[in-house]
Ligand binder design. Sequence first.
Ligand SMILES: C[S@@+](CC[C@H](N)C(=O)[O-])C[C@H]1O[C@@H](n2cnc3c(N)ncnc32)[C@H](O)[C@@H]1O
Length: 162
Amino acid sequence: MRILDACCGSRLFWFDKDNEYTTYMDKRRETFEIHGKKINVQPDVVADFRDMPFPDNTYDLIVFDPPHLKWAGPNSIMKAQYGQLDKDTWPADILQGMTECMRVLKPNGVLIFKWNENQVKLKEVLQAIEPFRPLFGNRRSETHWLVFNKQKKPTSSANEVS
Ligand SMILES: C[S@@+](CC[C@H](N)C(=O)[O-])C[C@H]1O[C@@H](n2cnc3c(N)ncnc32)[C@H](O)[C@@H]1O
């Protein structure tokens, strides 16, 4: 099983922050303190999700949790922890990130996309990443976990009973 966390940050959402099957990636490597809070971003691979240094069809499972804030105080904990979207290019950036995730995902692999809609609504980000469409996910809370897959067309109908 090979897993990629394409935007690992401080690995806050991980129960096991050193999962042995996972490659942790982020565009930065840094440790510092801000307003008494320690920020510790130590990826295995420093790279841009828009141009990943991995071959096609590498990972079984990918989690993609890009920045979701268009506005954040320059010295805020939020910006230090989660990064910030470019207010002009974010739709193209996230689409390129999804395209790269799908390229490095194995056929039939699963991609989990996390999005907090405090500043950019889910509808807007789903429009930005078309033609990728989630299979399912939670719609009601502010933070969404959406499930995508890289479909390999079955030779016969998936609903056929043999
Ligand atoms: C929402 S945070 C991820 C939080 C993380 N999932 C956690 O549990 O702590 C987004 C992360 O994406 C990183 N990031 C922003 N732009 C990126 C890019 N182009 N390529 C890779 N990582 C990027 C930021 O440095 C930040 O750590």
